[in-house]
Design a binder for this molecule. Sequence first.
Ligand SMILES: Nc1ncnc2c1ncn2[C@@H]1O[C@H](COP(=O)(O)OP(=O)(O)O)[C@@H](O)[C@H]1O
Ligand SMILES: [Mg+2]
Length: 459
Amino acid sequence: MIGEAPRARHWLRAALAVSGVPSAALLLLMAAGELPWGAGLAALVATLLAGAAVARVWLGALGGLARQIRAAAAGDGVPDLQVPPLLPSVQAVADGVTRLARSLAERNAQVDLLRRADAAIIEVLPDPLLVLSAARVPLRANRAAREMLGPPPAGPAPADAAALLRHPALAEALDKALAAGTPATADVLLPVPVARDVAAHIIPMDPPLADGGRVIVLLSDRTRERAIERMRADFVANASHELRTPLASLIGFIETLRGPAADDPAAQQRFLGIMAEQSDRMRRLIDDLLGLSRIEMAEHQAPAGRADVAAVAQAEADAMAPLLAMRKAKLLAEITDATAAPADADQVAQVIRNLLDNAIRHGRERGQIRLAVGPGAAPDGRRGVTIAVTDDGPGIPREHIPRLTERFYRVDKGRARSAGGTGLGLAIVKHIVNRHRGTLAIESEEGTGTTFRVWLPGG
Ligand SMILES: Nc1ncnc2c1ncn2[C@@H]1O[C@H](COP(=O)(O)OP(=O)(O)O)[C@@H](O)[C@H]1O
Ligand SMILES: [Mg+2]
């Protein structure tokens, strides 16, 4: 901005520049007597006034031009510069400036568009991403990062970002990436609020991003993957252990039959009985393991047929007679016509078999078991079939219920094993129900009994 006093000085100087030479000429002419004083003075005043007027118009036009150029430079739109018609050269400059400002505004709009596109892409990326400044201060966090690390308490940094960035492994990888200018990776274990395994990719940006971002930290949550890896390893260990126990007992009895019991027919009969039981346990275990892996392999492929659940349930209830007799238990079947579709009848039969088997084995001796089958709606209102198996056994403590469908998970290991199960029954049920897009609910009250409720789609 130009102040009042300098502006007056500018104006005076310009006025003198315009009218100085003709005024001096007039004065000279008057002094030489070539011009009468009266006319000379009048011409002098007119010249000075004209100079002042031209200076004013000039300065006004240029001042306006300067103001509008400043506004255009500040990004306040394209100026429409109009200059008084008697100054064509200033108008040419004004037109040039207008063109320049217009192309500048277009360029700015384009840069703005690109910047917004880049922010939008980062925002919707499915992987959590943080943009850091050179000082490692988070500048931006996309939606996935905010979901992973919690909403920002203030500013752009999610709540747990600080803890993440302070992690020694990540800090070291940041140092390395920034020093070398090449990407680095770090595996970070975040203990709070829930333990998470996070893999971080650190990518230095050179040149920096539009918002000054120097580093991109791309995160991927490996918690599930690691849990699955652990589960797989546990499964192999468990399965081997389950098979080794009966196998060890068979080997032991074979040795005894060859040695100490070689001449004891009564002991031989007893041992052979136990051996038959143990081999049967191994057979059941292998059957269940193979069955489970077959079901798992087909889990993502929906079944195609229809299952007459009433008929299947009746057949399974009838087949439970020997087991019921062994446990001196009673089965009450309340079966109404119901069809599950799309469904695999053999798998629906297996669900009912496993649930009845559990109710009889883990329920009360001389207990009463109820099997209820009929049309029913899912909690979300979809039409289908419900299968409910209720026993009046000891029930299941609440803390065990969420884990019952894990392979080899048993509430009371010793008792469950001696009850004759493989520990895979409910895992098989869960996978079959998942494959049918159904639901499984377990309600239990200690000392009163347990209900397993399965819903399958159909009509
Ligand atoms: N009706 C039930 N009452 C009490 N506990 C049960 C019942 N059904 C299942 N359970 C518990 O769930 C565990 C897992 O069941 P399952 O997967 O069928 O294995 P298994 O019957 O071979 O032991 C059982 O070991 C038992 O502890
Ligand atoms: Mg079972």
